[in-house]
Design a protein. Structure first.
Length: 139
């Protein structure tokens, strides 16, 4: 069975799968077990309210997080490879050391997001966002 890939072109918030949110709320151990037991399932967390959650080190690779609210969320060392964060609200989130390789961050709100020691490679950020990140970091 071919693995369904997230559609990074949709640019609008999807409806989160309540089962996926419930497992994530159980904590990192339960989430990692669920991901291991369901390797072909793409987490559908688009539009979810995940503010202030402790998601440090959590595996969110390939996740649909379009339009998700992640304000003040701890995403340190999280695996966000190929995650779709289009339109997500990451204000004041802590993503230090997170892997954002190939993550899509178009129209994401990144104000006051902590990117220290960030691993960046091929992620989809508009040029304006790069300029804003640089200005925020050095001003």
């Amino acid at each position: 069975m071919a693995r369904e890939q997230p559609d990074h072109r949709r640019g609008n918030a999807a409806i989160a799968n309540q089962e996926h949110i419930a497992v994530l709320e159980l904590g990192n151990s339960a989430w990692h077990k669920w991901r291991k037991d369901n390797p072909d399932v793409i987490p559908q967390l688009g539009g979810a309210e995940l503010d202030k959650m402790g998601l440090s080190g959590v595996d969110l690779h390939d996740a649909d997080l379009c339009g998700a609210s992640l304000k003040l969320t701890d995403l340190r060392k999280a695996n966000l490879r190929n995650a779709d964060l289009t339109g997500a609200d990451l204000r004041e989130a802590d993503v230090r050391g997170a892997d954002l390789t190939d993550a899509v961050l178009l129209k994401a709100d990144l104000r006051s997001t902590d990117f220290e020691n960030q691993f960046w490679r091929r992620q989809s950020l508009p040029k304006r966002t790069w300029v804003e990140l640089i200005l925020t970091k050095w001003t």
